[in-house]
Ligand binder design. Sequence first.
Ligand code: ATP
Length: 226
Amino acid sequence: MDIELKGVSKYYQIPGKEKRLVLDNLSLKIKSGESLAIVGPSGSGKSTLLNLISSLDQASEGSILHANKDVSGLSEEELSQFRNRNLGFVFQSHHLLPQLNLIENVLVPLIPEKEKSLREEAEQRAEKLIDFVGLKDQMTQNPGQMSGGECQRAAVVRALINQPGLLLADEPTGSLDKLSAEMLGDLLVSINEEQKVTLVLVTHSMELAKKMKRVYKLDNGKLSEI
Ligand SMILES: Nc1ncnc2c1ncn2[C@@H]1O[C@H](COP(=O)(O)OP(=O)(O)OP(=O)(O)O)[C@@H](O)[C@H]1O
């Protein structure tokens, strides 16, 4: 799914304070299957930009097109359906549920209507993906019995369970040690290349950013390719 940002601005208005422009008239095209990193100083608006691309937040000006369609006009229900079907999310924390084991956690976001008729197929897909990320032996373990890096890899599998066209990751290696971060970065690259999932991530880590095909710096509200 191609994504296009056209003249996107975002400002925040806190009562009693001056309006703060965080993203200033940004335009960007992301082709289906690409991988792209957004770096920039703390507070430069990276998460804000990711939230706009994922339709979790709305632009103050401009439009964001997913496969040539502006999703900003959709109702909340349509938007959440759009996100469930098309987007996968990975955050700095894995947010796995401690009382569920790995495969149960991975199956949590299954689209409801898929649950009855296609659950078996989803379970097979989950098992394959768990194998792909090297966690086959931990399939029935709880997050408390897994390392931080393993939990984060499980979170990546969970993000992929509904076969999204776009994977969005906000500081995915931020809570990992160097070796686990390296492994997760390589895993994201192989998912982008082998599963043909478009990948957009935000990071402070240049090591991770450099693994992506394109790297953009966000500073003073503007994006520049580096
Ligand atoms: N809901 C909000 N209301 C008001 N201001 C906000 C809101 N969300 C973010 N901001 C401000 O917008 C700016 C950009 O925040 P954002 O979290 O996007 O930056 P970031 O580049 O992701 O930062 P970091 O690297 O530290 O995570 C910050 O100054 C932040 O305080």
